[in-house]
Design a protein around this ligand. Structure first.
Ligand code: GTP
Ligand code: MG
Length: 137
């Protein structure tokens, strides 16, 4: 069964939305294979978002991701990667469809409540960045 990597970002965690987001994850039929709370350093956030290093928003993005605790997760389901991205909605909460997590909990394109892997290769990198095999049994 497919696995994807997800984050409840610092904005959503600080606002107390982690419980509601987790409820939604279970309701939609994902299995939570791994979960932990982390407070990323700037360096750790930069390593995670290395593909965006040359984007103009890289500094802002990694400052935000290291601004407070977040929850990192490995979610499992049939077609988990697309299923989770569909549940999150568009990157910009203002463009995200009704009923999506970013529409409900995001406040701007930067502070958009959740992250999800966009392909099998990125899911493999992102899961391995935060979890060891022993944590995903
Ligand atoms: P992720 O699931 O977080 O990877 O989002 P995404 O795949 O929908 O978007 P993308 O990979 O293009 O961008 C990664 C993250 O960078 C987004 O989730 C945003 O948090 C952030 N981001 C994207 N565009 C901007 C921007 O213009 N300004 C700022 N501050 N952040 C941005
Ligand atoms: Mg992305």
């Amino acid at each position: 069964m497919e696995r994807t990597f997800a984050i409840i970002k610092p904005d959503a965690f600080a606002a107390g939305h982690a419980g509601k987001i987790l409820s939604r994850i279970y309701e939609e039929g994902f299995t939570v294979v791994g979960l932990k709370k982390l407070y990323l350093s700037k360096i750790e956030a930069e390593g995670f978002y290395d593909v965006h290093r040359n984007r103009p928003f890289f500094g802002e993005l990694t400052d935000f991701m290291s601004s407070g605790p977040c929850i990192v997760m490995v979610l499992q389901a049939e077609g988990a990667i697309k299923k989770w991205r569909d549940l999150m909605g568009a990157t910009n909460p203002a463009e995200a469809a009704e009923g999506t997590l970013r529409r409900q909990f995001g406040s701007s394109v930067g502070e958009n409540a959740t992250h999800g892997s966009d392909a099998p290769e990125t899911a493999a990198f992102e899961i391995g960045y935060f979890f060891s095999g022993l944590e995903l049994l």
